[in-house]
Design a binder for this molecule. Structure first.
Ligand SMILES: Nc1nc2c(ncn2[C@@H]2O[C@H](COP(=O)(O)OP(=O)(O)OP(=O)(O)O)[C@@H](O)[C@H]2O)c(=O)[nH]1
Ligand SMILES: [Mg+2]
Length: 247
């Protein structure tokens, strides 16, 4: 499907999640764009969830290779800049189709809705919302193509940390939440306190238990329901409730 959409697009917008910009750069999208000689731009969405300084630093780094627009579909940041870019691109072609691609849940449909100025594409915190492709007319000669998220061949745990996987569908949510927590503990432990009001422990498992106690998620007998806690943590990450980010 990625190949089909790529060959039909004149330009590619690769949407990434500003919190985990490098992890959400999609190697399938980037290599296909390169192979087929398509102009590629990175839309770094959800910049409302990271400090401006961090976003600028990432932009500078990625722009060694690919132009980047800092964007927030929620706050409207970067809308003007992206509109100008599209206008410029559309002057070069009579008719222009822009394929909007990227991992699940990075906000592809939300970016399209923001540009369109109304809700034309369905969005949801649930990864895998967009199923088929959808052509959205932005101007008489400009079309955006909304697409389902593209995942690459990688471990389920890595996809889960990218927010590309529905937590309920994970085989081992606890292990995956621990992997995610260890990343947060390394990069921005205060996010745990901010979100859950508990002190993080250097040990991810202990941190998970503290969060479960605070949420009062228990199994019969009184112990913490680690599985339910794990899923809640992963959902909070997907929903942008945990303010962590890393390069
Ligand atoms: N904080 C924040 N959340 C956003 C932003 N853009 C999208 N989201 C949220 O991210 C989630 C996914 O958005 P979608 O637009 O459905 O993402 P998508 O890439 O189309 O997802 P799939 O169709 O599942 O691949 C939703 O809960 C959105 O509300 C943004 O700029 N900031
Ligand atoms: Mg979508």
């Amino acid at each position: 499907m990625a190949k089909k959409i790529l060959s039909r697009s004149d330009v590619i917008f690769e949407v990434i999640d500003a919190r985990i910009p490098f992890e959400t750069r999609n190697s399938v999208v980037e290599s296909l764009a390169r192979e087929r000689n398509k102009r590629l731009f990175i839309i770094m969405n959800k910049v409302d969830l990271v400090p401006e300084k961090f976003a600028r630093k990432v932009k500078k780094e990625i722009e060694k290779e690919i132009p980047v627009v800092l964007f927030s579909a929620h706050k409207g940041i970067g809308k003007r800049e992206l509109e100008n870019l599209i206008r410029k691109l559309s002057k070069e072609n009579k008719l222009i189709k822009i394929g909007v691609l990227g991992y699940p849940n990075v906000g592809k449909s939300s970016v399209i809705n923001k540009l369109k100025g109304k809700k034309v594409a369905t969005t949801s915190p649930k990864p895998g919302m967009t199923r088929g492709e959808q052509l959205v007319k932005l101007a008489p000669n400009v079309f955006l193509i909304d697409t389902p998220g593209i995942i690459t061949l990688e471990f389920q745990e890595d996809l889960a940390v990218k927010g590309s996987w529905i937590p309920e569908k994970l085989e081992q949510p606890v292990e995956i939440a621990l992997k995610f927590l260890s990343k947060v503990l390394e990069k921005r432990p205060q996010a745990i306190k901010e979100t859950y009001g508990v002190e993080p422990s250097p040990d991810p498992y202990e941190t998970l238990v503290r969060i479960g106690e605070r949420l009062n998620y228990r199994i019969s007998g009184g112990n913490v329901d680690t599985e339910r806690t794990a899923k809640k943590i992963l959902w909070d990450w997907i929903k942008g409730n945990i303010k962590a980010y890393w390069m």
